[in-house]
Design a binder for this molecule. Structure first.
Ligand code: ZN
Length: 174
């Protein structure tokens, strides 16, 4: 697996729902979790590794030993949200870019598990932030889209740097 970096247009696509629940899906999710931990991330959406699948993995602790905090949500949907707060976010698709983003502090999510069974899950605080960030990826929405104008100005140079690097890698045909 390889990270799809900003501004790759693939990150802007709406990921289609998962329809096949079998051993191949479970294997993909295992690989995504391994990749997320190795990349020191707390969440990874399938489009970030080039997979057109409506799912993401997460572990707000970032610690592979803390399995109880690990999760995978397939075809997720936020059905209720409460509260609002600003907090700092980063993203594996945006190396070294961090910024404040406003998110709900509590969410209720409907999603499927790896066997395709429906479940309703509550998330709060940082956990809710991670889930909202990853769910956005499935709709082609990136955390920089949700930043306030002042924050966008603050990170503008870093985004321009990523845009230049992306053009270079495209130019060399990688
Ligand atoms: Zn992200």
């Amino acid at each position: 697996m390889e990270i799809v970096f900003y501004p790759d247009p693939f990150l802007r696509k709406v990921a289609p729902p998962v329809e096949d629940f079998g051993s191949a899906l479970a294997q993909t999710v295992r690989e995504m979790l391994d990749f997320m931990y190795r990349s020191k991330g707390v969440g990874l959406a399938a489009p970030q590794v080039g997979l057109p699948l409506r799912l993401f993995v997460f572990n707000p602790s970032g610690d592979p030993e803390k399995k109880e905090e690990e999760g995978v949500l397939v075809n997720p949907k936020i059905v209720r949200r409460k509260g609002e707060e600003y907090g700092e976010e980063g993203c594996l698709s945006f190396p070294n870019v961090y910024g404040e983003v406003r998110r709900a502090t509590w969410i209720l999510v409907e999603a499927l598990d790896l066997e395709g069974r429906s479940q309703a899950l509550e998330f709060r605080d940082f956990q809710a932030r991670v889930v909202q960030h990853e769910l956005d990826h499935l709709d082609g929405i990136l955390f920089v889209d949700r930043m306030e104008p002042a924050e966008k100005i603050r990170i503008r140079r870093q985004l321009e740097q990523l845009e230049r690097e992306f053009k270079k890698t495209r130019a060399t045909g990688r």
